[in-house]
Every structure is written in C-alpha cells, then in structure tokens.
Write a new protein. Structure first.
Length: 153
C-alpha cells in the first residue's frame, strides 16, 4: 500500500522518512527482449540465454536502463501525492547499478524521501531515493535519486 500525502506541502515535513516498498515483480526474458528491441541494444548478455549462461553472470541479465525504467512502475506503488494539478518527472541524480539483475530474478523498489523543497514556481520538488532490491541478493540492482515536482491544484 502506498504512503499517502494529502498535499504536496506534506512532503516538506517528511524528509528522511522511508516510504515503503512496491510489490515484487519477476524479470522475464520476454521483457528483456522487448527492451532490447525498443533500444536497439541486443548485446548477447541480455538476449542470448544459452551464451549468457556460459558468460560472466551465469544467466542473461536485464539491461541496467531497463532496471532503471522500472522505477517509474514502482514509485506509484510506494508513494501517492494527492491534491495536485500534475506531477512531473524532473530528473534523476546518482544512478548506480551495483549488481546485475538476472532473468528470472524478483525485484522490487524501496523508497526514502531524502529532500523536499518549495520551488520558485510554486511546486514542491521531492528527491526520492529508490533502491531496486533483488530477492535473495545482498546488493541492489539499481539505486537512483529521482526528482519529481508536484504542482498543487
């Protein structure tokens, strides 16, 4: 269940708060192949399961940017900001891929609000650190500081 903020202004007082986790999802070869098609990145470590099993990771792995893109799926499961006219993705800071995400792995996002401030144009800008956890692994597949702007109604 998402952590709910009734207004963007409530974010200002919640800095340092862990916001929760998304549901687990499984990374499939079909999803990896679709991402490869969309980005023209058909490197064998992603799309050739037989060769990848003999490679450095022992299995095909998700593209780092596929793992990063799934943060957009996880965030609405973790946090909901109400009372807004719109919310926009403003950017990201400090993107890292500490561990490969193997096909068949289960992943989820965990989030912490690390900064929140009022912008000159009246929005509340929130920096949320999302850690993409890999079930059964000690290191995450991705850590990113997302930046979102929430504009009140």
């Amino acid at each position: 269940m998402a952590t709910i903020f009734e207004t963007p202004a409530e974010l200002l007082g919640a800095v340092g708060r862990h916001l929760g986790h998304s549901e687990w999802m499984t990374i499939t070869q079909q999803r990896v192949n679709g991402f490869a098609d969309a980005t023209d990145d058909h490197q064998w470590i992603h799309v050739d399961p037989e060769r990848a099993r003999a490679g450095p990771f022992g299995a095909p792995i998700a593209h780092g940017y596929l793992t990063l893109s799934l943060v957009n799926r996880f965030l609405p499961e973790i946090v909901e900001v109400r009372g807004i006219a719109m919310g926009v993705n403003y950017g990201a800071d400090r993107i890292r891929f500490p561990a490969p995400v193997k096909v068949g792995a289960r992943i989820r996002g965990g989030a912490e609000l690390i900064e929140a401030e009022q912008t000159k144009d009246g929005a509340v800008q929130a920096k949320i650190r999302v850690t993409v956890e890999i079930d059964g692994e000690s290191r995450p597949g991705c850590v990113v500081d997302t930046i979102s702007r929430y504009y009140s109604r």
